[in-house]
Design a protein around this ligand. Sequence first.
Ligand SMILES: [Zn+2]
Length: 318
Amino acid sequence: MLAGCKHKQPTATVISGVDYSQVAIPEFDADSAYRYTAEQLAFGNRIPGSKAWRQCADYLTAQMGRWCDTVIVQEFKTTLWDGTTVPGRNIIASLNLQASKRVLLAAHWDSRMWADHDPDSDLRHQPVPGANDGASGVATLMEMARVMSQMRPSVGVDFIFFDVEDQGVTEWSEAYSEDSWCKGSQHWALNRHVPYYTAVYGILFDMIGTPEPRFTKEEVSRFYAPGLVDKVWTAAAALGYSNVFVNQQSDAILDDHMYVNQNAGIPMIDIVQNSPNTSFFRHWHTTTDDLNSVNREALRTVATVTMKTVYGDFPHEK
Ligand SMILES: [Zn+2]
């Protein structure tokens, strides 16, 4: 035993051993992320099998190909809760292919074909524009791919755009609903794009871009990846974002991270909007989830916290 050895109490900002204010990350351009959101919407509704969906898939594949080392398009067919069969495309773009340690960053890129939560019952069979619910997360990952490719972390990064996430059972249906959501991640988790693929951890974005971003510690994330939840919320607090990444526990959300955790065994958390007194956010599954639902600062905040987390663990090496 060493006499006189005094242990210092760690401060809040370095509790994980990383001073997040000092972690170097690439510069994220929120205007370009916003533009990528608008460009997805300009194709029309990204309903699996539609022309707009095909055009948007080609656009995402081409854009990611400009920045990443490879892009793999995983095609599949899946049957929805109403018995219809639709095609799906999971888009997987990778940086640093040779790295054995990898981080997975994901969002869903399809948009919901029924606005079944619209306050106007006449509009509930109309599609959801999906600006925040879908496009905002994809756009943020696109801009992250662009800037991270120029200042790479010392880890492999796989960006996955899951398809057919948002075509689950409608509120008017009595149909059997289990596993009717997240078809793309269900397919990918059991048929990974690289045999035996795994990642150190994964982070999922869903509905991250509202003008009032608010994320809580969701139960599935806490169950499967408690250390990562703590790390991300600690990084956010150190950066002054504890009003956005609120230190509060919340109930389980059925989202793509569930299947990645359960079926691929990769610890993955969900950064997902949790507005008080409403489902997710005010325009969730309505015809008004348009560009007014997307705020540049929110995209920047989520990208910054995520990159601080990744570069805190795997710094850029000059
Ligand atoms: Zn949705």
